[in-house]
Ligand binder design. Sequence first.
Ligand code: CP
Length: 335
Amino acid sequence: MMKFQGSHILSVSQFDRESVSRILDVAKAMIPYASRQKRCTVLEGAILNNLFFEPSTRTRVSFGTAFQLLGGFVHETVGQESSSLSKGESLFDTARVISGYSDVIAMRHPEMHSVAEFSKGSSVPVINGGDGANEHPTQALLDLFTIQAEMARFGKGIDDLNIVLMGDLKHGRTVHSLSRLLSLYNNVNITLLAPNELQMPDSVISTLSNAGHNITVTDEMAGNLQSDVVYQTRIQQERFASVEDADKYRGHFSLNKSVYEQYCKDHTVIMHPLPRDSRPEANELDVDLNDNQNLAIFRQAQNGVLVRMALFALTLGVDEKLSQFEKDVTWFTTK
Ligand code: CP
Protein backbone atom coordinates (compact mmCIF):
# COMPACT_ATOMS: atom_id res chain seq x y z
CA MET A 1 0.00 0.00 0.00
CA MET A 2 1.23 3.51 -0.76
CA LYS A 3 2.36 5.82 2.03
CA PHE A 4 -0.36 8.46 2.22
CA GLN A 5 0.97 10.80 4.91
CA GLY A 6 2.71 13.77 3.30
CA SER A 7 2.10 12.50 -0.26
CA HIS A 8 0.77 14.49 -3.19
CA ILE A 9 -2.32 12.99 -4.87
CA LEU A 10 -1.72 13.72 -8.54
CA SER A 11 -2.74 10.67 -10.54
CA VAL A 12 -4.64 7.44 -10.05
CA SER A 13 -1.53 5.64 -11.30
CA GLN A 14 -0.12 6.17 -7.77
CA PHE A 15 -2.61 3.68 -6.35
CA ASP A 16 -2.62 -0.08 -6.09
CA ARG A 17 -5.85 -1.90 -5.24
CA GLU A 18 -5.03 -1.98 -1.51
CA SER A 19 -4.52 1.80 -1.43
CA VAL A 20 -7.84 2.39 -3.20
CA SER A 21 -9.53 0.05 -0.77
CA ARG A 22 -8.06 1.99 2.17
CA ILE A 23 -9.32 5.31 0.75
CA LEU A 24 -12.82 3.89 0.23
CA ASP A 25 -12.86 2.46 3.76
CA VAL A 26 -11.82 5.78 5.31
CA ALA A 27 -14.43 7.54 3.14
CA LYS A 28 -17.09 5.20 4.58
CA ALA A 29 -15.92 6.06 8.10
CA MET A 30 -16.68 9.72 7.29
CA ILE A 31 -20.43 9.10 6.79
CA PRO A 32 -21.44 10.00 10.40
CA TYR A 33 -19.64 13.36 10.14
CA ALA A 34 -20.87 14.24 6.64
CA SER A 35 -24.43 13.25 7.61
CA ARG A 36 -24.23 15.26 10.83
CA GLN A 37 -24.83 12.41 13.27
CA LYS A 38 -21.53 13.53 14.84
CA ARG A 39 -18.92 16.16 14.14
CA CYS A 40 -15.17 15.75 14.06
CA THR A 41 -12.51 18.37 14.79
CA VAL A 42 -9.42 16.32 14.02
CA LEU A 43 -8.10 19.03 11.64
CA GLU A 44 -8.85 22.00 13.92
CA GLY A 45 -6.24 24.68 13.20
CA ALA A 46 -5.17 23.20 9.85
CA ILE A 47 -5.36 25.31 6.67
CA LEU A 48 -6.45 24.20 3.18
CA ASN A 49 -5.65 26.50 0.27
CA ASN A 50 -8.13 25.73 -2.49
CA LEU A 51 -6.70 27.03 -5.79
CA PHE A 52 -9.15 26.76 -8.68
CA PHE A 53 -7.86 28.23 -11.93
CA GLU A 54 -10.69 26.70 -13.98
CA PRO A 55 -14.47 26.76 -13.30
CA SER A 56 -15.81 24.26 -10.80
CA THR A 57 -18.83 23.80 -8.56
CA ARG A 58 -18.64 20.30 -7.04
CA THR A 59 -14.90 19.76 -6.74
CA ARG A 60 -14.05 23.15 -5.26
CA VAL A 61 -16.99 23.34 -2.86
CA SER A 62 -16.75 19.70 -1.76
CA PHE A 63 -13.00 20.01 -1.09
CA GLY A 64 -13.79 23.03 1.09
CA THR A 65 -16.75 21.36 2.78
CA ALA A 66 -14.74 18.20 3.43
CA PHE A 67 -11.95 20.13 5.11
CA GLN A 68 -14.36 22.17 7.22
CA LEU A 69 -16.25 19.02 8.26
CA LEU A 70 -12.98 17.87 9.84
CA GLY A 71 -12.58 21.19 11.64
CA GLY A 72 -10.09 22.89 9.32
CA PHE A 73 -10.01 26.38 7.82
CA VAL A 74 -10.34 26.94 4.06
CA HIS A 75 -8.89 29.75 1.96
CA GLU A 76 -10.06 30.08 -1.65
CA THR A 77 -8.42 31.47 -4.79
CA VAL A 78 -10.66 31.34 -7.86
CA GLY A 79 -9.51 32.23 -11.40
CA GLN A 80 -6.02 32.97 -12.73
CA GLU A 81 -6.92 36.65 -13.06
CA SER A 82 -7.10 36.96 -9.27
CA SER A 83 -3.65 35.40 -8.85
CA SER A 84 -0.15 36.63 -9.73
CA LEU A 85 0.03 33.76 -12.25
CA SER A 86 -1.55 36.39 -14.51
CA LYS A 87 1.62 38.51 -14.04
CA GLY A 88 3.85 35.70 -15.28
CA GLU A 89 4.68 34.11 -11.93
CA SER A 90 5.55 30.42 -12.37
CA LEU A 91 3.61 27.53 -10.89
CA PHE A 92 6.77 26.55 -8.98
CA ASP A 93 7.14 29.97 -7.30
CA THR A 94 3.41 30.12 -6.58
CA ALA A 95 3.63 26.71 -4.91
CA ARG A 96 6.65 27.68 -2.82
CA VAL A 97 4.80 30.71 -1.51
CA ILE A 98 1.28 29.25 -1.01
CA SER A 99 2.57 26.07 0.62
CA GLY A 100 4.18 28.31 3.25
CA TYR A 101 0.65 29.44 4.15
CA SER A 102 -0.96 25.99 4.10
CA ASP A 103 -1.07 22.45 5.50
CA VAL A 104 -2.52 21.05 2.27
CA ILE A 105 -3.45 22.44 -1.16
CA ALA A 106 -6.18 21.39 -3.60
CA MET A 107 -5.74 22.68 -7.12
CA ARG A 108 -7.47 22.69 -10.52
CA HIS A 109 -5.74 24.11 -13.59
CA PRO A 110 -6.64 24.00 -17.31
CA GLU A 111 -3.25 22.66 -18.48
CA MET A 112 -2.32 18.99 -18.50
CA HIS A 113 0.33 18.06 -15.88
CA SER A 114 0.24 21.58 -14.39
CA VAL A 115 -0.72 20.31 -10.92
CA ALA A 116 2.28 17.92 -10.93
CA GLU A 117 4.53 20.82 -11.95
CA PHE A 118 3.06 22.93 -9.14
CA SER A 119 3.60 20.14 -6.62
CA LYS A 120 7.38 20.23 -7.24
CA GLY A 121 7.49 23.63 -5.54
CA SER A 122 5.18 22.71 -2.67
CA SER A 123 6.30 21.77 0.82
CA VAL A 124 2.83 20.38 1.69
CA PRO A 125 0.61 17.73 0.03
CA VAL A 126 -1.05 18.86 -3.21
CA ILE A 127 -4.27 17.18 -4.38
CA ASN A 128 -5.16 17.31 -8.07
CA GLY A 129 -8.68 18.66 -8.62
CA GLY A 130 -8.35 18.24 -12.41
CA ASP A 131 -5.52 19.19 -14.78
CA GLY A 132 -6.80 19.92 -18.27
CA ALA A 133 -7.82 16.81 -20.20
CA ASN A 134 -5.35 14.71 -18.23
CA GLU A 135 -6.73 13.42 -14.93
CA HIS A 136 -9.27 13.97 -12.18
CA PRO A 137 -8.18 11.43 -9.55
CA THR A 138 -10.54 12.45 -6.75
CA GLN A 139 -13.50 12.22 -9.16
CA ALA A 140 -12.42 8.69 -10.14
CA LEU A 141 -12.24 7.70 -6.48
CA LEU A 142 -15.69 9.09 -5.74
CA ASP A 143 -16.99 7.35 -8.88
CA LEU A 144 -15.56 4.06 -7.65
CA PHE A 145 -17.02 4.65 -4.18
CA THR A 146 -20.39 5.27 -5.86
CA ILE A 147 -20.16 2.15 -8.03
CA GLN A 148 -19.31 0.09 -4.95
CA ALA A 149 -22.23 1.56 -2.97
CA GLU A 150 -24.75 1.23 -5.82
CA MET A 151 -23.69 -2.33 -6.71
CA ALA A 152 -23.92 -3.39 -3.04
CA ARG A 153 -27.70 -2.91 -3.38
CA PHE A 154 -27.67 -5.81 -5.85
CA GLY A 155 -25.12 -7.95 -4.00
CA LYS A 156 -22.39 -7.14 -6.53
CA GLY A 157 -18.95 -5.56 -6.28
CA ILE A 158 -16.57 -3.90 -8.73
CA ASP A 159 -15.05 -7.20 -9.88
CA ASP A 160 -17.17 -8.63 -12.73
CA LEU A 161 -18.81 -5.22 -13.31
CA ASN A 162 -20.45 -4.40 -16.66
CA ILE A 163 -20.04 -0.69 -17.39
CA VAL A 164 -20.61 1.61 -20.36
CA LEU A 165 -18.59 4.83 -20.62
CA MET A 166 -20.40 7.10 -23.03
CA GLY A 167 -19.93 10.53 -24.65
CA ASP A 168 -16.75 12.55 -25.07
CA LEU A 169 -14.24 9.93 -23.98
CA LYS A 170 -11.35 11.70 -25.70
CA HIS A 171 -11.44 14.89 -23.62
CA GLY A 172 -13.23 13.63 -20.50
CA ARG A 173 -10.54 13.37 -17.82
CA THR A 174 -12.95 11.68 -15.40
CA VAL A 175 -13.33 8.63 -17.65
CA HIS A 176 -9.54 8.46 -18.16
CA SER A 177 -8.96 8.32 -14.41
CA LEU A 178 -11.88 5.97 -13.75
CA SER A 179 -10.70 3.54 -16.46
CA ARG A 180 -7.24 3.41 -14.91
CA LEU A 181 -8.75 2.62 -11.50
CA LEU A 182 -10.99 -0.07 -13.02
CA SER A 183 -7.84 -1.70 -14.39
CA LEU A 184 -7.00 -2.62 -10.76
CA TYR A 185 -10.07 -4.88 -10.58
CA ASN A 186 -10.91 -8.25 -12.16
CA ASN A 187 -12.98 -9.21 -15.16
CA VAL A 188 -14.61 -5.86 -15.93
CA ASN A 189 -16.67 -5.71 -19.12
CA ILE A 190 -16.29 -2.18 -20.41
CA THR A 191 -18.07 -0.66 -23.39
CA LEU A 192 -16.60 2.56 -24.80
CA LEU A 193 -19.46 4.28 -26.61
CA ALA A 194 -18.44 7.47 -28.42
CA PRO A 195 -18.26 9.06 -31.86
CA ASN A 196 -15.10 7.72 -33.54
CA GLU A 197 -13.40 11.14 -33.30
CA LEU A 198 -14.08 11.31 -29.53
CA GLN A 199 -13.09 7.74 -28.59
CA MET A 200 -10.98 6.90 -25.57
CA PRO A 201 -7.22 7.56 -26.04
CA ASP A 202 -5.25 4.46 -27.07
CA SER A 203 -3.09 4.68 -23.93
CA VAL A 204 -6.18 4.25 -21.70
CA ILE A 205 -7.54 1.40 -23.84
CA SER A 206 -4.14 -0.33 -23.54
CA THR A 207 -4.28 -0.03 -19.74
CA LEU A 208 -7.72 -1.67 -19.70
CA SER A 209 -6.64 -4.32 -22.16
CA ASN A 210 -3.46 -5.12 -20.17
CA ALA A 211 -5.69 -5.67 -17.13
CA GLY A 212 -7.41 -8.47 -19.06
CA HIS A 213 -10.74 -6.67 -19.27
CA ASN A 214 -13.23 -7.34 -22.04
CA ILE A 215 -13.46 -4.09 -24.08
CA THR A 216 -16.05 -3.14 -26.71
CA VAL A 217 -15.35 0.02 -28.73
CA THR A 218 -18.47 1.24 -30.52
CA ASP A 219 -20.48 4.23 -31.73
CA GLU A 220 -23.80 2.34 -31.62
CA MET A 221 -26.20 2.66 -28.66
CA ALA A 222 -28.61 -0.11 -29.67
CA GLY A 223 -27.64 -3.36 -27.98
CA ASN A 224 -24.79 -1.80 -26.01
CA LEU A 225 -26.53 -0.35 -22.92
CA GLN A 226 -27.53 -3.60 -21.17
CA SER A 227 -25.07 -3.00 -18.34
CA ASP A 228 -24.86 -2.55 -14.56
CA VAL A 229 -23.75 1.07 -14.95
CA VAL A 230 -24.00 3.65 -17.73
CA TYR A 231 -21.57 6.51 -17.11
CA GLN A 232 -22.50 9.47 -19.30
CA THR A 233 -20.11 12.38 -19.94
CA ARG A 234 -20.57 15.89 -21.26
CA ILE A 235 -19.15 17.10 -24.59
CA GLN A 236 -16.15 18.98 -23.18
CA GLN A 237 -16.76 22.15 -25.19
CA GLU A 238 -13.86 23.98 -23.54
CA ARG A 239 -11.38 21.46 -25.01
CA PHE A 240 -12.54 21.94 -28.65
CA ALA A 241 -11.07 24.50 -31.07
CA SER A 242 -14.49 26.19 -31.39
CA VAL A 243 -18.08 25.91 -30.17
CA GLU A 244 -19.05 24.87 -33.74
CA ASP A 245 -16.63 21.92 -33.52
CA ALA A 246 -18.20 20.82 -30.23
CA ASP A 247 -21.74 21.32 -31.60
CA LYS A 248 -21.12 18.61 -34.23
CA TYR A 249 -21.25 15.95 -31.50
CA ARG A 250 -24.14 17.17 -29.33
CA GLY A 251 -27.06 14.81 -29.04
CA HIS A 252 -25.23 11.81 -30.54
CA PHE A 253 -25.59 9.85 -27.30
CA SER A 254 -28.48 11.43 -25.48
CA LEU A 255 -29.72 9.38 -22.52
CA ASN A 256 -33.38 10.00 -21.74
CA LYS A 257 -36.35 8.05 -20.38
CA SER A 258 -37.25 6.57 -23.75
CA VAL A 259 -33.66 5.42 -24.48
CA TYR A 260 -33.35 4.04 -20.94
CA GLU A 261 -36.58 2.02 -21.23
CA GLN A 262 -35.68 0.78 -24.71
CA TYR A 263 -32.02 -0.18 -24.22
CA CYS A 264 -31.01 -0.40 -20.52
CA LYS A 265 -31.70 -3.11 -17.94
CA ASP A 266 -34.37 -2.45 -15.27
CA HIS A 267 -31.69 -1.67 -12.69
CA THR A 268 -28.99 -0.01 -14.80
CA VAL A 269 -27.40 2.66 -12.60
CA ILE A 270 -26.96 6.03 -14.32
CA MET A 271 -23.85 8.03 -13.42
CA HIS A 272 -22.43 11.33 -14.68
CA PRO A 273 -19.58 13.32 -13.15
CA LEU A 274 -21.63 16.52 -13.63
CA PRO A 275 -22.07 19.25 -14.60
CA ARG A 276 -24.59 17.97 -17.13
CA ASP A 277 -25.53 20.39 -19.85
CA SER A 278 -29.26 20.86 -19.19
CA ARG A 279 -29.88 23.23 -22.11
CA PRO A 280 -32.47 21.64 -24.43
CA GLU A 281 -30.08 21.73 -27.40
CA ALA A 282 -27.46 19.74 -25.44
CA ASN A 283 -29.42 16.46 -25.66
CA GLU A 284 -27.18 14.86 -23.07
CA LEU A 285 -28.60 13.37 -19.85
CA ASP A 286 -32.25 14.33 -19.88
CA VAL A 287 -34.08 15.73 -16.86
CA ASP A 288 -36.94 13.32 -17.66
CA LEU A 289 -34.81 10.70 -15.82
CA ASN A 290 -34.80 12.75 -12.60
CA ASP A 291 -37.38 10.51 -10.91
CA ASN A 292 -35.61 7.30 -11.88
CA GLN A 293 -34.40 5.60 -8.66
CA ASN A 294 -31.31 4.38 -10.51
CA LEU A 295 -30.19 7.92 -11.34
CA ALA A 296 -27.19 8.10 -9.00
CA ILE A 297 -25.78 11.46 -10.10
CA PHE A 298 -26.63 13.41 -6.95
CA ARG A 299 -25.60 10.57 -4.62
CA GLN A 300 -22.36 10.48 -6.65
CA ALA A 301 -21.73 14.22 -6.12
CA GLN A 302 -22.45 13.83 -2.40
CA ASN A 303 -19.93 10.99 -2.16
CA GLY A 304 -17.27 13.48 -3.27
CA VAL A 305 -17.33 14.99 0.21
CA LEU A 306 -16.62 11.60 1.82
CA VAL A 307 -13.75 10.73 -0.49
CA ARG A 308 -12.13 14.17 -0.13
CA MET A 309 -12.47 13.97 3.67
CA ALA A 310 -10.69 10.60 3.47
CA LEU A 311 -7.85 12.02 1.36
CA PHE A 312 -7.32 14.92 3.77
CA ALA A 313 -7.29 12.53 6.74
CA LEU A 314 -4.84 10.17 5.03
CA THR A 315 -2.43 12.76 3.63
CA LEU A 316 -2.37 14.63 6.96
CA GLY A 317 -1.98 11.43 8.96
CA VAL A 318 -5.11 11.61 11.12
CA ASP A 319 -7.12 8.74 9.63
CA GLU A 320 -6.69 6.62 12.81
CA LYS A 321 -7.64 9.49 15.16
CA LEU A 322 -11.14 10.41 13.99
CA SER A 323 -13.06 8.97 16.95
CA GLN A 324 -10.77 10.73 19.47
CA PHE A 325 -11.97 14.08 18.07
CA GLU A 326 -15.65 13.24 17.81
CA LYS A 327 -18.28 15.59 19.30
CA ASP A 328 -22.07 15.86 19.40
CA VAL A 329 -23.95 18.02 16.90
CA THR A 330 -25.79 20.75 18.83
CA TRP A 331 -27.87 22.39 16.10
CA PHE A 332 -31.00 21.42 14.19
CA THR A 333 -30.17 19.40 11.09
CA THR A 334 -32.29 17.77 8.41
CA LYS A 335 -29.55 15.42 7.24
N1 CP B 1 -17.35 16.75 -11.58
C1 CP B 1 -16.73 17.92 -11.50
O1 CP B 1 -15.48 17.99 -11.56
O2 CP B 1 -17.54 18.99 -11.36
P1 CP B 1 -17.07 20.49 -11.23
O3 CP B 1 -16.41 20.87 -12.56
O4 CP B 1 -18.30 21.30 -10.96
O5 CP B 1 -16.06 20.57 -10.14
